[in-house]
Design a protein around this ligand. Structure first.
Ligand code: ARG
Length: 577
């Protein structure tokens, strides 16, 4: 099923817009009914406050005339004016129940044909991924899933750093170790060790450093044996990335790799074109573009270096290539970059040059999803005790250890395999959810205890809600219930829960399209809370058979929303925990 579910707010907005349009003689398509949640009833419209004066009416009078035209035999049960010109709208409980009874959460919506290219994760070869990479990976992956589910064509681009001067020393080091060395294999486990060893030699031995420099020249010249050695290193790193993505349940595959090196052949041409268009000139030996509107600290036009003094190309040049490729070849309607906040100016300058060069048509929209910093308890960028950046594997292991402690304490799961899988799902869910539940551009403090807390806006709280709903169904008293029973909303808790469930589809789509997964998190958290309130206050399995079945159906819809919502965030719910 791929039907679009209108949220109650959207349905009401349509009705109210029509009524306003009739009263004022306008086209309903141009009327914003300003629907908001209400403190006193379900929803309210604030439109009369601003529209009244424009049309020479007192807001209260306009609101009254709109109320008179709102049918109250459909979705809206009752409408009345309040205060200076608000319009309070109470939904029909029968209508809510009917909507929810026929609700089927889409597996995936039909393709709408928009092409969204999304760059995320993008770690560097021969280096361990750190917490910053973790956040762009988690946020990017959730966005890719959400947008794909909404019916967009999503093209993932993992722009790994697989080129540049460090490869000189890395290749020389691997040559020293000899072909087929175990060190290279170990890179898939611990890439930092290899990098550090190479670096140490580079710093200690001038002869090694000289070899490394000559190797870079050979690499850039496309020397075949050098390229073969480089490929070995990159492959070892790819194995590491695959392992990390697999263990984190991230949807990136080798197909999505589009590393810096894949643009090598285009860089000289890009520089030549930019220069020929008069958009760049040599300054201090380097070829620099000066896109309009960018001023440096000294008040002079800020340069974007596209060819260094030594003739090499850098990060800006490859990013000119990425945007050109994504617009022209991948035909992106939207080119989305999920990368660190500090890279904002870099991206804007690159896009500006690309636009001036005619590579970025107005039909391709660019978006920077700014990723904020994750800091440790001391408010500094996350570090381990030894002073190194906290490694991703170390972090996941620690979360797993703590989650496993909790599952062991509960003694709820006898089977060892299942217990271990549950602890893993909880650990990963906790880490991912912490990245997703706050706006992506705000920094936050990395605190495993808070992430793993069983209550609050956390992954485990949502996962726990799922296990609770599922437990209801595995109870003997649920046996023989009618899975298609019509939902009846005979308690306030049930009604409140139902209303939220109907918002899921629209919220999940809007959150993806606004690149704000935290809005989906907020909805799911509310659902879990309202489910808990319902579960605590309303008897389900001990109710009369018809009531039981109607309530079980409400539970099923809750489960569907929570499971689908978590899935869109890249989080699985264990059967038990
Ligand atoms: N490799 C870069 C880093 O680790 C991120 C690349 C992001 N993508 C891009 N197209 N610039 O910081």
């Amino acid at each position: 099923m791929t039907t679009r579910i209108e949220s109650p707010a959207t349905t009401v907005a349509g009705t109210v817009a029509h009524a306003i349009a009739e009263v004022l003689g306008l086209d309903p398509a141009g009327v914003d009914p300003v629907i908001r949640p209400s403190q006193f009833t379900d929803l309210q419209s604030n439109a009369a406050l601003s529209l009244g004066p424009v049309h020479g009416l007192r807001p209260r009078d306009l609101a009254q005339r709109v109320v008179d035209r709102i049918p109250t035999d459909g979705p809206i049960a009752h409408a009345e004016t309040a205060g200076p010109g608000y319009l309070n709208l109470e939904l029909s409980t029968d209508w809510i129940a009917e909507q929810l009874s026929s609700l089927s959460i889409a597996e995936r919506h039909d393709a709408t044909g928009r092409r969204i290219v999304i760059d995320y994760s993008s770690p560097n070869v021969a280096k361990e991924m750190h917490v910053g990479h973790l956040r762009t990976t988690v946020v990017g992956d959730a966005l890719a899933r959400m947008l794909e589910w909404s019916g967009h064509t999503v093209i993932r681009q993992n722009h790994i750093g697989d080129w540049g001067t460090p490869f000189g020393m890395l290749i020389e080091h691997s040559l020293d170790l000899g072909r087929g060395s175990a060190e290279l294999d170990r890179m898939a486990e611990d890439p930092n060790a290899f990098y550090r060893a190479a670096r140490a030699k580079f710093d200690a031995s001038p002869a090694f450093a000289e070899r490394a420099r000559r190797r870079v020249v050979l690499l850039q010249a496309g020397d075949a044996p050098t390229l073969a050695l480089w490929t070995e290193l990159v492959d070892a790193s790819k194995a590491y990335f695959r392992k990390v993505y697999g263990s984190l349940d991230v949807s990136l595959t080798d197909e999505d790799l589009a590393g810096e090196s894949s643009y090598n052949d285009e860089l000289a041409g890009i520089c030549a074109d930019v220069e020929a268009l008069g958009l760049a000139r040599v300054s201090d030996g380097a070829l620099c573009a000066f896109p309009e509107g960018f001023i440096g600290r000294d008040g002079a036009p800020a340069p974007l270096i596209i060819r260094k003094r030594d003739g090499g190309y850098g990060y800006a040049t490859t990013d000119l290539a990425t945007i050109r490729y994504r617009a022209a070849v991948l035909r992106a309607d939207q080119a989305v970059y999920v990368i660190g906040e500090p890279q904002a100016t870099h991206l804007e300058m690159v896009w500006a040059v690309a636009r001036e060069a005619g590579w970025l048509p107005s039909s391709t929209e660019t978006v920077h999803v700014r990723i904020g910093n994750v800091v440790g308890a001391d408010n500094k960028l996350l570090r381990t005790r030894s002073g190194d950046g906290f490694t991703l594997a170390g972090l996941v292991d620690e979360a797993y250890r703590r989650a496993a402690e909790a599952t062991d304490r509960e003694h709820a799961i006898e089977d060892d395999d299942e217990r271990e899988r549950a602890a893993r799902a909880v650990a990963i869910g906790a880490i991912k959810y912490a990245d997703l539940a706050v706006p992506h551009d705000t920094g936050y403090m990395f605190d495993l205890d808070r992430m793993l807390a069983p209550v609050g806006n956390t992954g485990p709280y949502l996962q726990y809600a799922v296990t609770r709903v599922r437990a209801v169904f595995s109870h003997p008293r649920a046996a023989g219930h009618d899975p298609n029973a019509t939902i009846v909303l005979d308690t306030p808790e049930a009604r409140a829960l139902a209303l939220l469930l109907l918002e899921f589809d629209a919220t999940a789509r809007a959150a993806g399209e606004a690149f704000e997964p935290h809005r989906l998190c907020a909805l799911l958290h509310q659902v879990a809370k309202r489910f808990a309130a319902f579960y605590d206050a309303v008897p389900i399995l001990t109710a009369s058979p018809t009531q039981r079945d109607a309530r079980l159906r409400l539970c099923r819809q809750t489960e569907a929303v929570l499971v689908r919502g978590l899935d869109l965030l890249g989080i699985t719910a264990p059967r038990r925990m």
